[in-house]
Design a protein around this ligand. Structure first.
Ligand SMILES: C[C@H](O)[C@H](O)[C@@H](O)C(=O)CO
Ligand code: MN
Length: 427
């Protein structure tokens, strides 16, 4: 029997095993096929962007590693992304930062326009990869002292307000072209290294700046705004203006989408436990699925308990239509196409595991107070043949089922990535 036949045979056994506990594997595969994960462009070039006058990253963001093959141009980034998408089952999205526009001449952030993203918009339509968007409030001289929308200087504040307004217009154009809303996520680094004497005024300024940015109404069929909190960053250890409480309150009071980044809380605090709470009060959630190691280190997403718990919460709560799953990690110490592939495949595997749970049975046991059986079945679930269903899903999606995807990435590294050098950046 060939490999494909073996995958079919293993799937048939798994299908029967799941059916015995009341789980329909074909239905789980249908449901996961409808979930689009938004891959983040910034894993492909270490959060560099294409503005030409690359500023040092700063603003609490740090990428370590010097693996060869960083994408140096939009075309290279698109080529690398296409390679990653070809190794991931399903149809997914791309999350683009504003600093990744295509600029013939220098254009400052407050003056960027739809024309600078036409190449991305066309690529997205051609590839069937819808776009999400992010204003870039970092790596810029006007963010050098750590403040943007909450800055005490009204001129600098206005510069960043104009950037936010420009980005909403671009996101709306993306949504119109692709026929589905482009989520436009706002994260600002603003914060204090040491104990502030006044936490209140910067927060008032941030709220006022955001209100100004969001005051223009745009069709929700084209773009939806989201706001992302953070506990601390390097250089903002003592106080981040846009804290969780700030944005939770902001999003609830403005009926807006909230973004929860898995790396933006205390190291032992998990976002899985927040999903059902915040969805009682905000219409929709965006997730930045990340993996902090001791701090917001943005490691590649692995198949951790927390990743599984996040996906379980989405499925158990019936939230698949209200939660948008994006990724946010950047590791320059390994092959960057592999990083996307590993992280996205893991997110999907965890989602598939959640879709293969006998959710109703577990919740019924809980309602009856039979916590013994609930725990017993949750633990038995861990030995169910998830891998056989995953392999089948990959096979019917025409992507490598097991570790074979790595051979494809290795070949791409030889043929494409290794030929890139900083000395010869294409025009
Ligand atoms: C590039 C950033 O990681 C991203 O915009 C933001 O979502 C973040 O998480 C900052 O820590
Ligand atoms: Mn994030």
């Amino acid at each position: 029997m060939g490999r494909s036949g073996k995958i079919d045979a293993m799937y048939e056994l798994a299908r029967q095993q799941y059916a015995a506990i009341g789980v329909d594997t074909d239905d789980a595969i249908r449901r996961i096929g409808d979930v689009a994960i938004s891959l983040h462009c910034w894993q492909g070039d270490d959060v560099g962007g294409f503005e030409g006058d690359a500023q040092s990253l700063g603003n609490g963001l740090a990428v370590t590693g010097n693996y060869p093959g960083r994408a140096r141009t939009p075309d290279e980034l698109r080529q690398d992304l296409q390679m990653a998408y070809s190794l991931i089952p399903g149809n997914h999205r791309l999350n683009l930062h504003a600093m990744y526009g295509e600029f013939d001449t220098p254009v400052d952030r407050d003056a960027i326009d739809v024309q600078h993203f036409q190449g991305w918009i066309q690529w997205a339509v051609d590839q069937g990869v819808p776009l999400d968007f992010n204003p870039s409030f970092f790596s810029h001289p006007h963010a050098a002292d750590g403040f943007t929308l909450a800055h005490s200087d009204p001129g600098i504040r206005q510069f960043w307000i104009d950037h936010g307004i420009a980005c909403r217009k671009i996101a709306a154009a993306m949504g119109a072209a692709q026929g589905s809303p482009c989520i436009d996520n706002f994260w600002v680094p603003d914060g204090f290294k040491d104990t502030p004497a006044d936490r209140k005024t910067p927060r008032e300024r941030l709220a006022a700046s955001l209100d100004e940015i969001f005051s223009g109404s745009l069709p929700p069929t084209h773009t939806i705004d989201a706001v992302e909190c953070k506990l601390f960053g390097i250089g903002s250890e003592s106080c981040v203006v846009g804290s969780h409480e700030f944005y939770l309150g902001y999003a609830i009071s403005r009926n807006q989408m909230l973004c929860l980044d898995a790396g933006h809380f205390h190291p032992t605090e998990v976002i899985s436990d927040k999903i059902s709470s915040v969805l009682m009060y905000v219409p929709e959630l965006l997730l930045h699925v990340s993996r902090g190691v001791r701090w917001d280190s943005d490691h590649v997403v692995t198949f951790t308990d927390e990743l599984q718990a996040i996906m379980q919460e989405i499925v158990r709560g019936g939230f698949l239509d209200r939660v948008h799953i994006g990724l946010d990690f950047f590791d320059a110490s390994i092959n960057r196409v592999a990083a996307w592939t590993i992280g996205t495949r893991n997110a999907l595997k965890a989602l598939l595991a959640a879709l293969l749970e006998p959710t109703e049975q577990l919740q019924q046991l809980e309602r009856e107070g039979d916590f013994t059986a609930r725990l017993a079945l949750m633990e038995e679930q861990k030995m169910m043949p998830l891998g056989a269903v995953w392999d089948h899903y990959c096979q019917v999606s025409d992507v490598p089922a097991g570790r074979q995807w790595l051979d494809v990435v290795r070949q791409y590294e030889q043929d494409v990535l290794k030929l890139r050098s900083d000395a010869s950046v294409p025009a």
